[in-house]
Design a protein around this ligand. Structure first.
Ligand code: C2E
Ligand code: MG
Ligand code: MG
Ligand code: MG
Length: 291
């Protein structure tokens, strides 16, 4: 970190100090440049949403999609959310970014619904900052009204660490969202450290098992038993489960045997732009109908 770099630099003399200071300045400058660029990206429409199918495990039909944001940078190409969501969180840019994502996802969903596309709900990720924002509930309500969304059509995903930080306030916000008819999902379940007794009090309906546990289900007995335990726990609490990152038929089989309700992963489709995703949704549904 910067303090350590300073310390070593000082202990090694003036030239090193200058070197490290320059390196730190460069990093800070790059960050500032990226912040300015991201702000412009939001304003000039460089963000786009890709959509990934979620299927019903018991019959293989598409039931929902998750909206995942990307940044189409004019020079650097398509940038992963993993490299700009954290910056957006730190700088507060997540507010306009998150508002755009919610609006765009619901707009796309309304188009699909009008076209009778085989998709029953849309899942949108919420960041920590958004969950703390006092305007969130009104914002969600306005979007739902604008796109005439009925209860169950919009799902919001929050990670367990987000839901558990400042639990009292989170519970209250989640409950208000729930009252609007929003489905709530805990994302990346198993990676944070939430006590299971807290979970009981959260007004959520869905748990998403993190991809890291699904990945080695076939080869790692610990991961297999973690997945089975999460499923048993969730079901005992009346929750439904989405498994993330399903890539193989064997993973699908294991999860189906353990009564996992929904599956999401490259086995069924990658996140794709809306037109490509729609084609995939239709394929999944016709394959399910003919099997
Ligand atoms: P997440 O919400 O847990 O989303 C699932 C991630 O797993 C996505 O990565 C998806 O592309 C990837 N994935 C799905 N199936 C598979 C699979 O079978 N194999 C592999 N290897 N990966 C799979 P992505 O799109 O890069 O998004 C990363 C994270 O960025 C998301 O994790 C979410 O936390 C965050 N994110 C994305 N879009 C948004 C957004 O609009 N708002 C906020 N706040 N966060 C977002
Ligand atoms: Mg998610
Ligand atoms: Mg996840
Ligand atoms: Mg994940």
């Amino acid at each position: 970190n910067a303090d350590m770099a300073m310390y070593h630099a000082k202990s090694q003399g003036r030239n090193n100090l200058q070197f490290f200071t320059a390196a730190m300045n460069a990093a800070a400058t790059e960050r500032m440049e990226m912040e300015i660029e991201l702000r412009q990206a939001i304003e000039t429409g460089q963000l786009e949403l890709h959509y990934q199918p979620q299927i019903c495990a018991h019959n293989g039909t598409a039931c929902g999609v998750e909206a995942l944001v990307r940044w189409r940078h004019p020079q650097r190409g398509l940038i992963s959310p993993l490299s700009f969501i954290p910056l957006a969180e730190e700088t507060g840019l997540i507010d306009p970014l998150g508002a755009w994502v919610l609006e765009e996802a619901c707009r796309q969903f309304a188009i699909w619904r009008a076209a009778d596309a085989p998709v029953l709900r849309i899942a949108v990720n919420l960041s920590a900052h958004q969950l703390r924002s006092p305007g969130l509930v009104a914002q969600v309500e306005a979007v739902m009204t604008r796109y005439e969304m009925i209860p169950g059509e919009l799902e919001l995903e929050v990670t367990e660490s987000v839901a558990m930080s400042d639990p009292e306030h989170s519970f209250e916000t989640l409950r208000a969202l729930r009252n609007l008819g929003v489905q709530l999902a805990i994302d990346d379940f198993g990676t944070g450290y939430s006590s299971l007794s807290y979970l009981k009090h959260l007004p959520v309906q869905i748990l998403k098992i993190d991809r890291s546990f699904v990945q080695d289900i076939e080869s790692d007995e610990n991961d297999a038993s973690i997945c089975a335990s999460i499923l048993a726990l969730a079901h005992s609490q009346g929750l439904k489960v989405v498994a993330e990152g399903v890539e193989t038929a064997a993973q699908r089989e294991f999860l189906s045997v353990h009564a996992c309700e929904y599956l999401q992963g490259y086995l069924f489709g990658k996140p794709e732009p809306p037109e490509v995703c729609l084609g995939r949704l239709r394929e999944l549904s016709s394959a399910a109908a003919s099997s």
